[in-house]
Structure formats: C-alpha cells, structure tokens
Ligand binder design. Sequence first.
Ligand code: ACO
Length: 328
Amino acid sequence: MASVIIAGVGSYAPAQVLTNEELSKRVDTSDEWIRTRSGIRERRIAAPDEACSDLALKAAANALADAKISAADIDLLIVATCTPDLPLPSTACLVQHKLGVPAHATCFDIAAACSGFLYALEIAYGQLQTNRYKRALIIGAEKLSTITDWTDRTTCVLFGDGAGAAVLMKSPEPGKGILGTDLGADGEFVDNLYIPAGGSRTPASAESVAKRDHCIRMNGREVFKSAVRVMETVAREMMEQHQLTPDQISLVVPHQANIRIIEALAGNLKMPLDKFFVNLDRYGNTSSATIPLALDEARKAGRIKPGDTTLLVAFGAGLTYGAALVRW
Ligand code: ACO
C-alpha cells in the first residue's frame, strides 16, 4: 500500500496578544495563578473582522507553500473547527472558494473539538489510501474568543485563537509518512465540556445570550483527569500496534491545553518532558489548531528531522481523543 506523507505544514496566529496581566484586569485572576495552573502566559485574539475561515485560509496558504503545490491541486479539503464562520454552509466551502480549490473537490467540516485535527488526519489518510483522492488539505482553525465567557475566570484564561494546516499526499517511499492513526470517543463525558445554547436543543435567544449560554462550560478538574487517562491509553496503544518503544519516538506533539496535563502524560508514559513539544505558553488552548500550530513550529525549530518518528496525541470535548504516528 502506498505511503501517505505530510508534504507541507503551515500555521497562522492573529497579531493581537492578550497577556495574563491584561486578563487580570478583566477578571479576578493573576499571572501567577494562570502560569502555575496552566503554563499559559499569553494567547492571541483574532480581529473583529477575522473569522475562522480567514485564519484557516492563512494557515492553508502557508501549508500549500511548504508543500510546493497550489490550491488547484487539492481534491479533498477538511476543516476541523468548533467555531465555524456560519452554522451553514461549512467553513471548508468558504475556504475552498477563497483559496481557489477546484469545484470538483470534496469539502466538509468535522466537529471533534480539540481532537478535530487528528480526526481530519485519519479521514484524509484513509481516503488517500483508497486512491479516491490525490491531495488533501486538512485544517484546524478556531476563533475560540467568540465562544469564551470573558466574565468566567475558570475558563477565559485558557483559550486563544489560531489555525494550522497540513497537506497530505501519497508517496512511493515505503515506511514513510503516516504509520497509523487511532481515534475514539466517549459520549458519557459530554457534561464536562459543552456549550449549552445555540444549537437545536436550545436555539439562541435573548435569554441564552444574556446568560452567556453560547459560551464554553467546563468542569476543569474532570476534563483534566479524563485527558490524561485517554491520551495515555491511546498513545500506548499506538506505540504497541507499531511495535515502537517510547525511546523510538523522537518527539511528541500533544494537544496544548495545560502544561500540567502534558507533564502528567509524560510521567505516565515514562518519557522525558523535553520530548514533548510545548507552545501553549504563547497561544493557550486553540482547540483543533493546537497540533498543526505546534507541528509547524516544531519543524521550523529543527525539532523534526528526516527519519524521525513523531507521535501526535489529542483529547477534546465529546470526550474525543486520538493519536497518530508519523515518520518524516
Ligand atoms: N484565577 C484565580 N483563581 C482561579 C481561577 C483563575 N483564573 N480559576 C479558578 N480559580 C480558583 C477556583 O475558584 C478554585 O478556588 P477554590 O479552591 O476557592 O474553590 C481554585 O482556583 C482551584 O480551582 P481548580 O479548578 O481546582 O484548579 P485546577 O488546579 O484544577 O486548575 C484548570 C483549573 C486550569 C482549568 C485545570 O483543571 C485544567 O486545565 N483542566 C483541563 C482544562 C482543559 O484542558 N480543557 C480543555 C478544553 S478543550 C475544548 O474542547 C475547547
């Protein structure tokens, strides 16, 4: 079976920086609390006229340039997001039009929260292997600032806006590219992380807006525990399936939610923390964008070299989770 490689990666972060110091003027918090409890120092906030597709577009253009191909070469476009521009149509169709992806391409969004990029990766990987498509563009893009309750100190300190993208294509070289993916979900944990209103259960109303029910609600402690548990399990399974030991993984690119979650994961997997790429200090949690944003920075920083094996691992609302192994 032909290999599927990640031929290009790109990202985009909005220019406006919101520091912990500035946040502590809005809600009862402090730089010290946020740093020690989450590892986050600052996050980016998109401009009022920048929607999810605008962030996605810039990350996608960077990924295409990195892969040295044009938008005209893409026949599968997937956007993972929980902050689409519009409920209808998909953000993928908006990106398709703005980017110039041909009309025969298949374009759709997926909703898997912070695991969305890995869900997109598995779908694109599978579709490329069937020979149905030639080149896929997968994007994780979020404007979480629009679903953040800026009066709730327990959540507003965690999130940021950003986007990341990757181009996937087949390669004749065996043993290269995506070695495998593994996804999962457990709907039992829905209540720990959700947005109460704005969907068909409770459509947006003056009351829901007044109660900020279109913003993220989270039981942080429970999410923390589940995150460590599912990421450890899926990471172990992924390595076992491919007969790899933790020593053979050169870099782990985990979902960037909280440095303490990453530290706990590293400890449980008995892997040194310096094998985990971390940039959440500068971006906070950008949901589906964290992994491609981190992957792009890791490559630019020289942390990924030809022949290296990278483990990508994520969790998100749902509870969704996933992992992927990539050889470069
Ligand atoms: N500033 C100051 N104090 C705060 C803040 C804040 N920003 N937030 C909470 N506190 C207080 C609490 O009120 C509590 O006070 P109390 O002891 O008087 O009741 C105290 O700090 C401790 O609160 P905890 O919730 O126990 O703090 P914890 O150490 O668990 O850290 C955190 C909270 C950072 C949210 C952590 O639980 C976490 O990271 N959880 C996972 C979150 C996550 O990954 N979410 C994923 C979202 S993904 C998506 O799909 C968008």
